[in-house]
Write a protein that binds this ligand. Sequence first.
Ligand SMILES: [Zn+2]
Length: 426
Amino acid sequence: MWRTILLGVSLSLPSFADRIHAQHSPEPPRLLDDVRFLSDNNLQGRMTGSAGADSAAAYLARRFSQVGLQPAAGGWFQSFAVRREATGTRGPTGGAHLGKNVIGILPGHDPVLRNQTVVLGAHYDHLGHGGFGSLDPDSTGVVHNGADDNASGAAALIQVAARLAASPPARTVVFIAFSGEEQGLLGSAHYAKQPIYPLADMLAMVNLDMVGRLRNGRLIVYGARSAKEFPALLDSLNWYAGFDLKAQGDGYGPSDHSSFYAAKRPVLHLFTDLHEDYHRTTDDWEKVNYDGLKRVADFSLGLVTALANRTRPLTFLDQPPASPTQTATTTGSGTSGYGAYLGTVPDMTGTPGGVRLVGVRAGSPAEKAGLRGDDIITRIGRIETPDLQAMTDALRSHKPGESVEIVVRRGAAVTTLKATLGDRGG
Ligand SMILES: [Zn+2]
């Protein structure tokens, strides 16, 4: 993460950590190996333009290829010039350094949607031998390995690529390991200016930067207010993941997603928060929480899959909504919308013919009415609900306190339940 801006504000949001935890699949191969390789002393802190950064770039391209990605149009590497003063390095070599973004793609399976993309990014550069960017005053000349910042994100990027390649989604997914981040988001700014795939056809960009220090299950997701649909999507995914999720903020922040938000695209930044080793010589692989990193990778996989498969566009939000009630992580049919509150947690990945629920909130009107996970809502009152938008519209047409019939498919049966709707503060 870029040093010059630090965000420390955390909005308190409901946690479902004590409810359902995702089934942990077996330890993925090489997550630990990838972190260790990238944060080894051999790579000398991966300063942009250095031999160590070039080794890291070659390694990442090889790993992308191994897990089933194809090189981007134009190849695995996108180079950009870095002014010498920007790198903070000293030495006899003249001229500009070259930074290299590493780009692999997974073509989408849908003949139409494959022309659109979702970008998953993580920077792999770090601070080299300190001096510039380091928070250790006496550390100039000492290698800064940057295991959490951001070997963790790069390793998770490979992990998501491997899992997604086994079952490609509808849209094309572009995996980018950025360089030049620590000098001021240089690699991502370069890509945003000269995108290999047009940004107008990019549904969203997801950034993994510092995801290796999960503590107390707390995952921060910045940019949650950069698209109208994000809070509900994150909430739905978290129903299974069980993080203490802090989803908040617009898309500006001290990392690569900012470059895409500035181009007016929806963005998300996953982050396991700052720690005492941030930008110091002690950010080493031994301190990474690998179980936590795997959970973040799993969550990212679900997020990218949902984005790459969704049938509807996202609604970019330039100005965050003024009302603080709309900043919370809630469902479209929950407290964030307008009209009456039901308290369902819909499956945001979509189900034909209705809105499938992953669960209902404790004490909510939905729970009291007898709704439960796996129910598929097909009608609320007189309004058919083939999808979430229709369900949101249906709830908006009612007032808190009204009693409505809700028709659900439950297995082979069709059941009609009666719910007394709450208000959206409930
Ligand atoms: Zn950093």
